[in-house]
Design a protein around this ligand. Structure first.
Ligand code: ADP
Ligand code: MG
Length: 286
């Protein structure tokens, strides 16, 4: 039988959009020593808008560059893709679309191969990341590169918005003695910018989707009880690996299904609420 106090807490929390899917994890939540947050869509809104378009070639203009990039991105579900599509005047038909997990997307547009990729992907292919990009990244902007038939043609910078509640959530968690970390596939400069804005203790950047669960393990191996908070398909293995997996509810079905706890309102302050509720609930029972 479920103790009454636990049943009551579960009911109260559900009314406030905190869904407890795994009661043992809810109990463990009071013992959490470190919380790892996914960046995009969790600490930030995950809604990107294009801020800058930089050309590295004179054979096309900004609008054309955006049109090619957007044509490919129209087939991707990544939040960056949505930002690029919104900014483009029109899109063209695409053949052979392929998502490159954690790195970008590609497709064939008007017979030309178009790729939209991360700085990490460029480096991996032995291409130089142009210097003029670093001032954009230093402002916290996410920069992706556009390649046409293997040639670097330009870059698109996008800005996301830090959720207004993220900073307070981090400071409340730190006040409770909990270490706050961030995990992201985005580049190091953007990650550092967000980490400094929010006062995070530590961050991991340029983490590929399949490496996210490894990072959770690494923090657990320090002897810490670890919660992971994320929203994306990419985050599901990391949520499963964590001692407590918390999905931000506006996220994907996969993340929600893997999580122990779902925060329906997508508000990072609800992480604090669930922790406090766990502490209050199980303190009464001793
Ligand atoms: P996160 O969930 O932390 O934002 P992802 O693993 O989804 O990270 O993506 C990591 C990086 O891969 C992005 O910051 C971007 O540089 C690149 N990327 C992934 N998908 C796309 C895409 N469709 N278009 C452009 N870049 C992409
Ligand atoms: Mg994500």
């Amino acid at each position: 039988a479920v103790p009454l106090v636990v049943a009551v807490s579960t009911a109260i929390s559900a009314k406030e959009g905190l869904l407890i899917r795994n009661r043992a994890s809810f109990e463990r939540a009071r013992l959490i020593q470190a919380i790892i947050f996914d960046k995009t869509g969790t600490l930030t809104q995950g809604r990107f808008g294009v801020t800058d378009v930089v050309l590295f070639s004179e054979d096309l203009d900004r609008e054309e560059l955006l049109k090619y990039a957007a044509s490919v991105e129209a087939h991707s579900e990544h939040p960056i893709a949505q930002g690029i599509v919104t900014s483009a005047p029109e899109t063209l038909p695409v053949e052979e679309f392929q998502a490159i997990a954690g790195k970008g997307a590609r497709g064939v547009v008007s017979g030309r191969e178009v790729m939209v990729v991360s700085p990490g992907y460029l480096r991996e292919k032995g291409l130089n990341v142009p210097e003029e990009i670093s001032s954009l990244a230093a402002q916290g902007k996410t920069v992706v590169f556009v390649l046409i038939d293997g040639q670097l043609k330009g870059a698109v910078a996008l800005a996301d918005i830090i959720r207004p509640e993220s900073k307070e959530a981090i400071s409340l968690l730190k006040a409770r003695g909990i270490k706050c970390l961030m995990l992201t596939g985005d580049n190091r400069q953007v990650a550092r910018w967000v980490a400094e804005e929010l006062g995070l203790d530590e961050f991991f950047a340029e983490v590929l989707p399949q490496e996210k669960a490894e990072k959770v393990k690494e923090v657990q191996s320090r002897g810490l009880i670890v919660a992971m908070t994320g929203d994306g398909v990419n985050d599901a293995p990391a949520l499963a690996q964590a001692d407590v997996g918390i999905a931000i509810g506006a996220g994907t079905d996969v993340a929600v299904e893997t999580a122990d706890i779902v925060l329906v309102r997508s508000n990072p302050l609800d992480v604090v609420a669930i922790l406090d509720l766990s502490r209050a609930t199980y303190k009464k029972m001793i």
